[in-house]
Design a protein around this ligand. Sequence first.
Ligand code: GLU
Length: 487
Amino acid sequence: MAIRTRFAPSPTGYMHIGNLRTALWAYLIAKKDPEGKFILRIEDTDQNRLVEGATDIIYQTLAQCDLKHDEGPDVGGPYGPYVQSERVKSGIYMKYARELIRMGGAHYCFCDEDMINAQREVQEARGESFKYDDPCKKLTIEEAEARIANGEKFVIRQTIPETGTTSFDDEVFGHITVDNETLDEQILIKSDGFPTYNFANVIDDHFMDITDVVRGMEYLSSTPKYTLMYNAFGWKEPRYIHCPPVMKDEHNKLSKRNGDASFQDLVAKGYLPQAILNYIAMLGWSPEDNKEIFTLDELVQAFNVKHIGQSGAIFDPMKLKSINGIWLRNMDLDSYYELVKPYIDQAVKGDFDKKAIAKVVQQRADTLVEIPEMLDFFDTFPAYDSSLYVNKKMKTDEAIALESLKAGRDVLAGCDDWSEEHLHSVLMELPAKLGRKNGQVLFPLRLAITGKQFTPGGAIEIAAILGKDETLRRLDLSIAQLENKAA
Ligand code: GLU
């Protein structure tokens, strides 16, 4: 049977990084099988947590990341509906909850909150973890249904065997066995008739023929309860792949609630969706070789569930940034220019060759938002302190700088051809002529025409973009500044 995985987000707002990583892994696992299908299911049964527009964010994020789902609310498919609230209307959850009751795997419960809380208090006072001992289990199905026919409110709870153990296998965490007495009799159908996640996931995964359940490890401890239901129904259990959490640091999960970046935030900060995917694929999974840059197709080939680790993976913003930089530098100039033009326009209003600026910036920028700041010297020539010429690494001081600037000015003033190639050929002859190292000539020249110690691009590329008049004007100002200081 072909692999079928699903991404099952609840539409509760932004797309957080851990969720997106789960979606990506589910996609990769499906697509490794040429016949595999990746399904989107919207889990909106917790009506109190719904956020308007959140489903659109889900569609948008998947589209931006090129994680195309084969079936889902918007694209349809043979297993619909793909939105849980619509499935509620079809009656499927109630039907199978009743069937589970008949098989002894669940029961009606009429207890009110006060009664449950009273038990909770007693047990917690004894230092025990709360486990509800439901008197309604003593009712026969007929008695319970008679009370329902009378209009009494009810929920449906799972019935857990009092003794014995339950086991299941997880691809990441191995064979897991728990004592049944540790499992609580969770609610499956709420009093509003909606299923909880704890019930809906079993019904939906089964009826959608999901072969591989990929989800966060917060569901690991509930899984034996799902196993009991699969067993009661006599259904085959899916393969489980519980994903280790994405952490902010050793102790805290990454979460938007703590102000951590969501996918949307990262895109707004100038990260490429492909670079984000590339990075987050490796949060908890390690490729076999040391390869680090992967396209989505390459990830499909390389991904292997066996190499998912059990411990939480720390989200490292610096690593993401460096991977993003590599993605940006790998782009062809035309596409790169298209992408960065708005950022260049933001900083550069003057009549300069913007594509040449893009080419220079491409070697330097790791994110898009840092671009405007890098280019602030084009429109205005910033004031700077001559002490910047004193640079150990470049082996320069103010005297060497002055000599280099004067020689550079002479050469440049004589240039009619202002192409980068020509400037390169004439300026690269200078160091040897002056008996200096390249840096002793080119670093002062760059500083003299930009006013900045660090710039994207070198003296030659920048001079070519500034043009002859502006380059000479700035050189003259810089020479005068050094001469005044020396005098
Ligand atoms: N709706 C659940 C969530 O967003 C889905 C968990 C799962 O994939 O089964 O956490």
